[in-house]
Design a protein around this ligand. Structure first.
Ligand code: UDP
Length: 369
């Protein structure tokens, strides 16, 4: 019998959430002997706390290709820099498939370049829509989905979003949530690990977690001030642990907010954390205040109430079925919903369909066959 030709897949990652989502996909791909699976890191996130720590925690293989195309000097510049580096690499490597994940600049840069080189594209975490084009990630999602050949979705409404945009049904596969695959595989460690609590001197369910990094919340002083106002009030009632994203740290410093925040006795500003410590802290917290996409999903699985400081979400299943509440950015609303949780009226939820730890297995079976 003639042996089948080996195939080359290149997975493109660049940012913190990408590393978490690609881990289970690479693990499943490794089991297939006829596939050469390469990992390409664009360099979008380059700080140790935003990149290397995730490779260590998640035991990701060292990237086969590193582009160092991370962005200083504007987000569009970042995309074009990545595109020109990606064009050289992908023309040379000639993969049979490019895999992109999520909605960051590396995702859309990878999709545009692969598409122009006629390389098939698989998009993981496809079909999410906030219907808010002022959000750069929404543009990345729409462009990436429109160029992809295989679209893997985490929820049924994501399929509906894609059909509405005219994407052919046979390209779309509802497979579940790869971020939850990673969480499931580390669940035991996350449950038993108490190191981060010890280091911070905090006790289970006696603190809240805060993360902020969306441009709409942190880029303008008036937006960031509103959230800080709410947080300053809430910290009188409960300790708040705040791992600060580099983008947010530079805004806090630029707008002169960092010193006054650091003086508040119940807010603890810490650097961005590695996956295991961060998820341990989320798991054992009383509640979470965030504008992150992925954390809305993780809190749903962990059964921890989540207040999302945004006007909308591209992950409505976490509101309809999970523990998430969209509170907007009005300080009164943030305080009101926090108080409800402090009075023991936090939202409970159930686990969405197919968020069972096997999404990557389903994806890889489709990719390989
Ligand atoms: N995360 C982390 N350490 C932190 C903050 C977040 O490990 O200090 C994880 C979080 O649990 C989730 C992912 O990073 O898995 C989400 O990344 P981010 O909020 O940056 O991106 P988004 O999901 O909004 O695209």
């Amino acid at each position: 019998m003639k042996s089948k030709k080996r195939r080359k897949f290149i997975s493109i990652v660049g940012a913190r959430p990408n590393f978490i989502k690609i881990a289970p996909v690479l693990k499943n791909l490794k089991a297939y002997k006829g596939i050469d699976s390469l990992l390409l890191h664009t360099g979008q996130h380059y700080d140790k706390e935003m990149s290397k720590i995730f490779f260590d925690d998640l035991k990701l293989p060292k990237p086969d290709i590193y582009l160092d195309a991370g962005g200083r000097g504007g987000k569009n510049k970042e995309i074009t820099k990545m595109m020109s580096s990606l064009e050289c690499v992908l023309s040379q490597e000639k993969p049979d498939l490019v895999i992109v994940v999520g909605d960051v600049n590396s995702t859309v840069a990878g999709a545009i370049v692969a598409s122009r080189l006629s390389i098939p594209i698989a998009h993981i975490e496809s079909g999410l829509r906030s219907f808010d084009l002022s959000m750069p990630e929404e543009i990345n999602r729409i462009v990436t989905d429109s160029l992809s050949n295989l679209l893997f979705t985490p929820s049924r409404e994501a399929n509906e979003n894609l059909y509405r945009e005219g994407i052919r049904r046979n390209k779309v596969h509802y497979v579940g949530n790869v971020m939850i695959d990673t969480l499931t595989s580390f669940r035991r460690q996350i449950n038993s690990n108490t190191r981060a609590l010890r280091v911070l001197g905090i006790n289970e369910r006696q603190y809240a977690m805060l993360t902020l990094h969306r441009p709409s919340n942190v880029d303008k002083p008036e937006d960031l001030r509103k959230i800080i106002e709410a947080i300053s009030f809430i910290q009188d009632k409960v300790k708040i642990i705040f791992p600060v994203h580099p983008r947010t740290m530079s805004s806090l410093e630029k707008f002169n907010f960092s010193k006054s925040l650091a003086r508040k006795k119940n807010i603890r500003l810490v650097p961005p954390m590695g996956y295991l410590d961060f998820l341990t802290l989320i798991n054992k917290s009383l509640f979470v205040i965030t504008d992150s996409g992925g954390i809305q999903e993780e809190t749903t699985i962990l059964g921890v109430p989540c207040l999302t400081v945004r006007k909308n979400t591209e992950r409505p299943v976490t509101v309809a079925e999970g523990t998430n509440t969209i509170v907007g950015t009005d300080p009164k609303e943030i305080i009101k919903e926090s108080q409800k949780i402090l009075e023991g009226k936090g939202k409970a939820g159930r686990i969405p369909e197919l968020w069972d730890g096997n999404a990557a297995k389903r994806i890889v079976e489709i990719l390989v066959n």
